[in-house]
Unconditional design. Structure first.
Length: 271
């Protein structure tokens, strides 16, 4: 795996992480509210809909990169205790070379192995159970599918605080076998589930990132749709009946080894 940290010469404080030539993470030091990638914008719009900025937000992140979302949370929710699990020692070292905000702890470990071991006292390693779990596990250009089986998602569900939110980024393409199975699994474990993606991705015109979110707490679908429709990169939101129709005959998968591959991995695309 080739890892590169590049300075953005067009934006002061901008840094880009490449993994095997693919853009993996982007941050602007001094301006953590700037979000370059469309899926990160969608992911944070979900978080903002679920929990407005202000109060501390204890969070666990499975996958670290340059800690774009932890930096954003530290700015929007000052005083937040956050634990980031990153599998690559090299990526973690590059991330640490860019000063991390207070409250962010970066640990090198395999996210799935860490979950299987109980996540350090109930998926926390924090003073109290996390209210938020962000899944953004990536291996070069390949989507890591393992977090989307029922066993892994069940461990996350059991470790979250009451009313907590899990929000995940994955890459997929038609027929969305992985994303639909993951959404079906989330619907078994949580009361409210949503999928956000660019309209062209959901229409199957190209592969791309989908953000999946699930919670037993409040998540206003109208507010989420409004936020995503008016953002810098427009997102379409699927909830309730529209989501059930999109999931179709996809079923949850109990174990990681039985999950379907991502369309991004297998090269399934239209156009």
């Amino acid at each position: 795996m080739k890892v590169e940290l590049l300075r953005d010469l067009d934006r002061e404080g901008g840094w880009l992480l490449l993994v095997d030539g693919s853009e993996q993470s982007y941050v602007v030091l001094g301006n953590p509210i700037h979000l370059e990638f469309e899926y990160v914008q969608h992911l944070t719009q979900v978080i903002e809909t679920w929990r407005k900025g202000g109060d501390p937000l204890p969070a666990v992140h499975l996958g670290g990169g340059l800690c774009t979302v932890p930096r954003w949370i530290a700015a929007r929710h000052p005083g937040s205790a956050q634990l980031v699990i990153e599998a690559s020692e090299e990526i973690a070292g590059l991330c640490r070379s860019l000063p991390l905000p207070a409250g962010v702890t970066l640990r090198v470990a395999d996210a799935l192995a860490w979950l299987a071991d109980g996540g350090g006292e109930g998926m926390a390693g924090l003073a109290r159970p996390p209210a938020l779990c962000v899944i953004d596990v990536y291996a070069g250009p390949a989507t890591v599918t393992a977090p989307y089986a029922l066993d892994a998602l069940g461990r996350i569900s059991g470790g979250l605080a009451l009313g907590g939110l899990v929000v995940a980024n994955l890459s997929d393409a038609v027929p969305f076998a992985l994303a639909r199975s993951a959404a079906a699994a989330m619907a078994v474990l949580w009361e409210r589930v949503a999928v956000v993606a660019e309209p062209a991705v959901l229409r199957g015109r190209r592969s791309g990132n989908l953000v999946l979110a699930a919670t037993d707490g409040p998540l206003d679908p109208r507010e989420l749709a409004r936020r995503c429709a008016s953002g810098m990169v427009r997102g379409r939101v699927l909830t309730a009946a529209a989501l059930r129709e999109w999931i179709g005959d996809a079923v949850p998968v109990a174990r990681a080894e039985d999950l379907p591959p991502s369309g991004e991995i297998s090269g399934l695309r239209l156009g």
